[in-house]
Design a protein around this ligand. Structure first.
Ligand code: ARG
Ligand code: ZN
Length: 473
């Protein structure tokens, strides 16, 4: 009888722990979360064993160019954790706690390894990391130039982190598979303007403070999940958040831009079409996925990046004749890239091909059907001359090339010809809606296109995405 009771207890314990507990039936196994999330291009980006719910980033920039503050991470364990990694490069950590208890940690390359915890699967926990340092540009694995926290030629500070530099400015689970909401508090010296993603919920110009070195600060809420590389802060002396009431009215989205002093009363020509662009793309893709939009204009980025609800543009782009097209491109990423995010960086054409195709839709909107055909034909010819390879197999050290952008965009132009306007726009809208605030793969997109068209599109996508030769139109 006694023996039978003991056996029953042992079986129950085995059932609870999944049976991995060896000789001790009561032991629950706790193991460290994985050091990567499984990306095929960047195996150390992201981590396993937990799911971040919310980041609070609270950083202050001072006159000497130093930055200090902290990050508060609310996460939920997805296994019994004896430890876990965050991605983090550089900076000095002065304090790290989990649920308000100091815990051991080490830094191994760009992995911040936390040990000495025992967090049951499914339990929430909060990590607080206080750190400071002088921000440095980050040598991306995917681009020939440094990204991350950058300084502009007027002294402005800004973050452009796609694809792999978010962890160079805050500790995080640095992969699009782990989206979270964000609160970002940006502090700067008095006289500076500050901005970040989402809605500005607090503004403090320091004027009322008794403190001698009172600076300015603002707090921003991004209530829709965001991937780490799209988080940003921008600050500059005399910069201002400038509302665009006409675009807001036209689109139903609150549009505000973050501009350097000389542009505050003299917005760049073309920018006033933001509202019309939101409406046009919403017609093609379905409702705009966020409640805010706008751009920040900096000097020294060299390009543009679709930071969620606050894209960032180099001033050269803003002054260029093709500014309108870049504006449409970054806006399109709010649907494709930001709301619907990659599950693996090798699928980058799902971001860049779609944003490039939006440029062709803008041509169609502004100049009509014949102009659209001509735009597609010109890009096709240029792609053939350049000999762009397959957009579905980019190289991990060159994510953002002509194959991905131009041939990637032409995939959609060809798909539209293949399945017709009705099925094509149903495909885009269904895909944007089904994977909103989530992640999608190339296979997911093909499934939606086959559903909408009723066609077998296997050969079409194989040749367009993976074939060496660009198919004849
Ligand atoms: N996604 C950006 C674009 O639309 C390019 C990204 C390059 N990365 C960067 N940090 N600038 O065009
Ligand atoms: Zn893009």
């Amino acid at each position: 009888m006694v023996a039978i009771v003991l056996l029953a207890v042992a079986l129950a314990a085995t059932a609870c722990t999944g049976g991995g507990s060896g000789g001790d039936p009561d032991a629950v196994r706790y193991t460290p979360g994985a050091a990567g999330i499984g990306d095929s291009f960047y195996p150390t980006l992201g981590n396993g064993g937990y799911d971040v719910q919310h980041y609070r980033i609270d950083l202050r920039y001072n006159e000497e160019g130093r930055v200090g503050g902290g990050v508060f991470i609310d996460a939920v364990a997805t296994q019994n954790l004896s430890g876990f990694n965050l991605d983090f490069a550089g900076w000095d950590i002065s304090d790290l706690s989990v649920d308000q208890a100091a815990v051991p940690f080490t830094r191994e390359g760009e992995e911040l390894v936390v040990t000495g915890v025992e967090i049951p699967d499914g339990d929430p926990f909060t990590v607080v990391i206080l750190y400071s340092g002088t921000p440095e540009p980050y040598p991306s694995a995917a681009l020939p130039f440094p990204i991350g926290w950058l300084s502009g030629s007027q002294g402005e500070q800004f973050v452009a982190a796609e694809p792999d530099a978010a962890h160079s400015w805050f500790p995080c689970n640095d992969h699009p598979l782990d989206k979270a909401t964000f609160t970002i508090m940006v502090g700067a010296p008095a006289g500076y303007g500050t901005a970040a993603n989402g809605e500005r919920v607090l503004e403090d110009d320091g004027g009322g403070s008794a403190s001698q070195d009172a600076g300015t600060a603002s707090e921003w809420e991004m209530r829709t999940p965001m991937t780490t590389y799209l988080a940003t802060m921008v600050l500059g002396e005399g910069w201002e958040v400038v509302p665009d009431p006409a675009s807001s009215e036209a689109s139903g989205v609150t549009v505000r831009n973050f501009l350097p002093p000389d542009l505050v009363d003299d917005a760049p020509p073309g920018l006033e079409r933001t509202g019309e662009m939101i409406t046009t793309l919403a017609g093609a893709f379905g409702p705009y996925p966020f409640d805010r939009y706008g751009i920040a204009v900096v000097e020294g980025l060299g390009s543009a990046l679709e930071n969620q609800t606050l894209s960032i543009f180099d001033r050269q782009m803003v002054a260029a004749p093709f500014f309108e097209y870049v504006l449409v491109h970054e806006l399109a990423h709010q649907w494709f890239g930001n709301s619907v995010s990659l599950a693996d960086w090798s699928d980058i054409w799902l971001n860049e091909g779609f944003a490039t195709y939006a440029e062709m839709l803008w041509t169609e909107h502004v100049d009509g059907d014949a102009a659209y055909r001509e735009d597609v034909a010109n890009r096709m010819q240029a792609a053939q001359v350049a000999g762009y390879g397959p957009p579905g197999t980019p190289s991990p050290d060159d994510l953002f090339g002509g194959s991905v952008y131009q041939r990637g965009g032409l995939v959609l132009a060809a798909l539209r010809d293949e399945i017709g306007d009705d099925a094509f726009f149903t495909t885009l809208r269904t895909y944007a809606d089904r994977f909103a605030d989530a992640n999608a793969t190339t296979a997911d997109f093909i499934t939606v296109a086959e559903e909408a068209s009723g066609d077998d599109l296997g050969t079409f996508f194989d040749t367009w995405l993976y074939g060496d030769e660009i198919p004849e139109g």
